[in-house]
Design a protein around this ligand. Structure first.
Ligand code: ZN
Ligand code: ZN
Length: 178
């Protein structure tokens, strides 16, 4: 799906959702929706706020946060946990309802993938316990290829410098728990 077309559908869905809730569709909300779906990148609330600020200085942080919550309620955005102690928003579930994430625990690089066998397995496990599968997503924590091949990952340095994707070393996986 072309990004522009997808964004129109998202705008329509959010507008309909807001109307049902008795809320207004404003120019600021339209700008926030456009920014949120302008790329396939996952983002934090603060990252979206600075992106939005580039298009409109008047938009407040509170408006961005409130609109994000509405987008999640409307089912347009999904909150995901990439293991870095912050809530990340994923704009790609509308186009790829059943995608999973491969996350490099060093540099925070995220790769999305789809896999029919994983979906089947998830459904089988869910049904075995008498649950009805609604949505499922898997996160695999790993070391990215660059780190494995070169022993160093350029993304890691950039992530540390920016301070946005710095991960604390995971004690639990390396030291005995008892
Ligand atoms: Zn994703
Ligand atoms: Zn990496």
């Amino acid at each position: 799906m072309e990004a522009g077309v997808g964004r129109e559908i998202q705008q329509d869905r959010l507008e309909a959702f807001l109307r049902r809730k008795g809320l207004r569709w404003t120019g600021q909300r339209a700008k926030i929706v456009a920014s949120a779906f302008s790329k396939q990148e996952h983002f934090t609330a603060d990252e979206l706020f600075s992106r939005v600020r580039n298009t409109c200085e008047a938009i407040s942080r509170a408006t961005v946060y409130r609109t994000l919550a509405l987008l999640v309620d409307a089912g347009l955005l999904r909150e995901i946990d990439l293991g870095d102690n912050q809530t990340t928003y994923d704009p790609n579930f509308l186009e790829k309802p059943s995608h999973h994430h491969l996350v490099c625990i060093d540099c925070g690089r995220v790769l999305e993938f789809e896999d029919a066998e994983i979906d089947l397995l998830n459904q089988r496990v869910t049904r075995r316990f008498g649950f009805n599968p609604l949505r499922q997503t898997l996160k695999i924590e790993a070391n990215c290829e660059q780190l494995r091949l070169n022993g160093r990952c350029p993304n890691l340095i950039a992530a540390r410098v920016s301070g946005q994707r710095f991960r604390k070393p995971r004690q639990a996986s390396h030291t005995p728990t008892r």
